[in-house]
Design a protein around this ligand. Structure first.
Ligand code: SF4
Length: 439
């Protein structure tokens, strides 16, 4: 008989969380490699479509607020003047989901994302232990990959998988379970397991070719692109078999080598009569955008394009990243508008509160983005262990507990001017309303 594995996406505990195309794609990808050898069942603590949840609202593209419960703030965060919440299924509904598992699992795999969400993982594993107290729990995901020692000390899991590279993950799982896997061939993530088809996350690559001082992308694995035809087939399968209309690219570097990668994916989709919509929540590289790609993106239904400018101050790019100059940004904006995109389709990130950054420049960056035909979006820095900026940030405020990596905590404790912060947020809303009024 096949061994049985329960896969779990845990709760989030934070001051704020929103389902902006948020799905555990890494776990769904892993499931594609486990499926031939095991019986699998998936429980998503972050499920927003559970019939027991009332008052949930969905935007046309399936995004929206998670169900939330206000909970006591951890003692370490008592100075933060905001309410703390647990996002995801209430305990009784989650327990019901556990009891509905169609088998008694031999192993339970729990994933994780942000380091500062570890208390949510603790909560979920606590509920799992109530129901399946003697089943080995395996914790993987980004949190133990970035903080293996903390996760071993803190999370009551039987095994920790401290990697993101698929071959290392499968090798560890193989040792735990006593099975051999091959990670060589590309497999489509097991998206069907979620039973939710309002939108689907997809990726065409993993990792990034840049090494920005504030980002952990290339600490977690090297850059790899998947075969364009297989990616296109996967998107068409989800569109045709399940009616998925909205697709979010999870790539960190979607535009690398686009002539031989993204362009081929989009051409295959256009050739097949694809009529869905695309979103790029992670932000795309401004410098790598070509006229041809922009035209294909327009033809293929890209609706919400996110670009990563971060700052219009050239000094920022000298020290933090080498992603884009202002002239490259202006050129990319020209390409996008020429291809037929309008301001409402183009959102450009402004990164706020990087250690050593001239805080006062964020409003200039926002005005610059708007003046060039896009909508500015604020992104608040959170320190990520292992990055150069983390070492600078921990000189500003202690970061020894992952809860302190939360951007809401860091901005408060790093001494960022609250009045200026409020002004930036007002500006963001104002620019968004102006864009809506234009359209
Ligand atoms: S370009 Fe983006 S994904 Fe790549 S290292 Fe920089 S911030 Fe990270």
């Amino acid at each position: 008989m096949k061994k049985r594995i329960l896969l779990v996406n845990p709760h989030i505990e934070d001051f704020a969380a929103y389902d902006h195309f948020s799905k555990p794609l890494g776990l769904l990808r892993l499931a594609a490699y486990l499926k031939p050898c095991f019986d699998l069942h998936f429980i998503d603590a972050m499920n927003r479509t559970h019939p027991g949840l009332t008052g949930m609202k969905f935007r046309e593209n399936g995004t929206g607020h998670f169900y939330k419960t206000v909970i006591p703030k951890p003692g370490q965060l008592s100075d933060i003047p905001r309410r703390f919440k647990r996002y995801g299924l209430p305990d009784d509904l989650f327990r019901d989901r556990l009891r509905d598992t169609p088998f008694r699992p031999d192993y339970i795999f729990v994933t994780s994302v942000m380091t500062y969400w570890y208390t949510g993982v603790l909560h979920t594993i606590g509920l799992i232990r109530e129901e399946f107290g003697d089943t080995p729990v395996v914790l993987g995901g980004i949190y133990p990959s970035l903080m293996p020692e903390h996760s071993k000390r803190t999370i009551p899991a039987d095994f920790i998988i401290p990697h993101q590279r698929l071959d290392s993950v499968l090798s560890d799982i193989g040792k735990i379970i006593g099975t051999e896997f091959s990670a060589e061939e590309y497999r489509s993530p097991e998206y069907e397991m979620t039973g939710e088809f309002a939108y689907a996350p997809v990726y065409t690559s993993l990792g990034c070719v840049f090494a920005c001082a504030y980002c952990a992308s290339n600490l977690l694995g090297s850059f790899v692109q998947f075969p364009p035809e297989r990616v296109a087939d996967n998107i068409l399968r989800l569109r045709n078999m399940y009616g998925v209309r909205h697709f979010a690219f999870y790539d960190d570097a979607l535009l690398v080598n686009s002539g031989n990668h993204l362009d081929r994916i989009l051409e295959a989709l256009i050739g097949a009569g694809f009529d869905g919509r695309f979103y790029t929540p992670n932000g795309m590289h401004i410098r790598l955008l070509t006229q041809r790609t922009a035209r294909l993106m327009k033809e293929c239904g890209f609706t919400d394009i996110r670009l990563s400018l971060e700052s219009s101050d050239p000094r920022f790019h000298n020290t933090q990243d080498t992603k884009a100059t202002n002239s490259e940004f202006e050129y990319a904006m020209g390409i996008l508008h020429e291809a037929g995109f309008r301001r409402e389709n183009i959102h450009v990130y402004t990164l706020v509160n990087i250690p050593g950054q001239d805080a006062a420049g964020a409003d200039d960056t926002m005005r610059y983005i708007f003046a060039n035909g896009a909508v500015p979006r604020l992104a608040f820095y959170s320190p990520i262990p292992g990055t150069p900026d983390f070492r600078l940030a921990e000189k500003i405020t202690p970061l020894d507990d992952p809860l302190f990596h939360n951007n809401s905590v860091y901005i408060y404790r790093s001494g960022f001017d609250p009045e200026y912060l409020a002004r930036l947020k007002e500006m963001e809303v104002g620019f968004r309303r102006s864009a809506e009024a234009e359209s």
